[in-house]
Design a protein around this ligand. Sequence first.
Ligand code: NDP
Length: 288
Amino acid sequence: MTATLINGNALSKIVRADVAARAATLAQQGCRPGLAVILVGDNPASAVYVRNKVKACEEHGLHSSCDRYPANFSEAELLARIEMLNRDPAIHGILVQLPLPAHINSHKVIEAIAAAKDVDGFHVANAGALLTGQPRFRPCTPYGVMIMLQAAKIPLSGAEAVVIGRSNIVGKPMALLLLEAGATVTLCHSKTRDLAAHTRTADIVIAAAGQRNLLTADMVKPGATVIDVGMNRDEAGKLCGDVDFEQVKEVAGHITPVPGGVGPMTITMLLVNTVEAAEQALAAVERA
Ligand code: NDP
């Protein structure tokens, strides 16, 4: 048996067409959605992500600005820049690319972003809203995974779901979104005693550990849905996920590839959140 592929590129096109239409409607009302991206330092992977985010904005009718600062940029200067963007009515979403250089407290920086412009969904107010079942901005990567599961018509209510990874940006919000959808969720991490014992009984496995070939075919229940969030490099420098794709696709019912799976959906959901932020800002102006 070979698993059905959940194609993130194809699904992204559909969702992005809707984003472009919503952005055009907003622009007609004099409110072009705007995203400000901030990059500090010279992490090459971060530079690529930022470039792709800005490009995606431009291609779908969103306005974007990109600030690039050197690695020695101070925390105080960064906070001052965020404060300016918080007050800028042309900017509806603010994204500070992580990781930040070690001398900058990333929690402090994220908390400085106005919650209404936190399109990454990392601010404690937005994380708390998600935790208490009233999500505003869902973090882009797990949000994208949910859209992929829905598009593939994977039953979520009552499903056994295992999430591998417990970071604030992927694993934890992923678990909360699955829980919100009615799944029974197990959150695994590096201290989990027997990972395979958990994954083997799961209807859905979300791998988000950043460990190449972590999930092998013997760890997957036949017919299960396997979503690969991981982004790693193999010996040849080629992008690969956390899942042993070639073997696991013979066991799973549905699977996402890397590249072309979760990655494009993450950027797509950033566009969705930014358009949503602009719609909310416009509605607030109209109410006032
Ligand atoms: P982090 O490094 O912050 O978290 C990794 C998590 O995986 C931790 O909770 C860690 O456990 C757990 N983990 C590590 N090794 C194992 C293991 N052997 N068994 C079980 N759990 C393990 O990473 P992120 O959450 O930021 O990202 C995870 C992966 O997803 C990375 O490859 C990243 O590049 C990718 N990513 C992809 C995106 C996309 O758009 N496709 C977007 C964001 C991230 P512990 O907490 O105990 O240390």
